[in-house]
Design a protein around this ligand. Structure first.
Ligand SMILES: O=C1O[C@H](COP(=O)(O)O)[C@@H](O)[C@H](O)[C@H]1O
Length: 321
């Protein structure tokens, strides 16, 4: 089956080179002569992962360079938008199975924005029926302080596009109290998290912060994640688990957000980023040379694993020499 091959990246080595392009939503891959012919066929369904090959030339850049890039871009997968949704669903289902088996619960943190549409395959077969939704606990990495039925609400977005389609017990869905102002809503959300850490639903990191099983992060064009915006003082928060912002540069102005120590304590972080407008921030974050408050996504790290799910637009700067 095509997809069972797509999910295996084990055939990929730094000696492989791919030429990729997307045309009319179809995937076109050209392989360079480094592939043995029997491998070539299988790789037609491989993700368009970057391996040091220029799309602008028809030859491979040096192997040394390929290896260097391979190190930079470990855990980076590049797909068509459709395949981002397919692979993300597959990986989430695997995380869910593993954590439910190991600890009897699965704690997953949602972002707002474009992320939600990439959960669309999770509500389809086989995942819709194979996942034990009763063990899911759902949180938000950030939320806009608006009523839950407001168009800007991250809860509404998630409910309409995902939560309304799967049988997660409503008591396991931890939305913010929309009757409160930003500061009160942040305090109450932190109190809820502390209760769930205490009773073991959420695991604890060695540094005392909550350790979510999976954090699904989006990223804005300016490199913001959650409601942690460039050059904002909130980026330095190192005590609170949940904080608030009343001057968000992206409307609406009032929001609550998990802080970096909590985000970075997660067992797994999935960075789901699509669109060519985000290619500069993706490039700087992956190159790892921008660890300042100018680029919040560059401050994301994980006690466990970070995996990037990019479409060709978001990855387009990675393909340049
Ligand atoms: O405002 C927000 O923006 C980011 C990025 O959104 P996207 O639509 O560009 O993917 C999102 O991750 C965050 O949760 C949201 O509140």
């Amino acid at each position: 089956m095509a997809f069972s091959v797509a999910f295996s990246t084990s055939l990929y080595t730094s000696q492989t080179c791919l030429l990729s392009s997307e045309k009319s939503n179809n995937l076109f891959l050209k392989t360079c002569s480094l592939f043995p012919s029997q491998t070539r066929k299988k790789l037609l369904f491989q993700p368009l992962r970057y391996n040091g090959f220029s799309t602008e030339r028809s030859s491979c850049v040096g192997i040394v360079k390929a290896i260097q890039f391979e190190n930079w871009f470990k855990n980076v997968e590049v797909f068509t938008k459709e395949h981002v949704a397919v692979l993300l669903a597959h990986d989430i289902a695997q995380h869910s199975n593993r954590f439910i088996r190991e600890r009897g619960a699965f704690t997953v943190v949602l972002s707002g924005g474009s992320l939600i549409k990439y959960l669309r395959k999770l509500v389809e077969l086989p995942h819709a029926e194979s996942i034990d939704w009763s063990k899911w606990h759902v949180f938000w990495v950030d939320e806009r302080v608006v009523p839950k039925d407001h168009l800007e609400s991250n809860y509404k977005l998630a409910y309409d596009g995902f939560l309304s389609k799967v049988p997660i017990p409503p008591v396991n869905i931890y939305s913010i109290d929309d009757a409160l102002e930003a500061d009160g809503a942040a305090d109450v959300y932190e109190t809820t998290l502390r209760r769930l850490v205490k009773n073991g639903v959420i695991a604890t990191s060695p540094n005392g912060f909550p350790k979510f099983d999976l954090m699904l992060l989006g990223m804005g064009q300016d490199g913001h994640v959650a409601s942690l915006f460039p050059r904002h003082s909130l980026l330095k928060e190192d005590q609170k688990w949940v904080s608030f912002i009343k001057d968000s540069p992206k409307p609406p102005s009032d929001r609550i957000t998990l802080t970096f120590p909590v985000i970075n304590s997660s067992s797994n972080i999935a960075m789901v980023v699509t669109g060519a407008g985000k290619n500069n921030a993706v490039f700087s974050a992956l190159r790892g040379d921008e660890k300042s408050d100018k680029l919040p996504v560059g401050l994301v790290s994980s006690e466990g694993e970070i995996k990037w799910y990019l479409d060709i637009g978001a990855a387009s700067k990675l393909f340049k020499d």
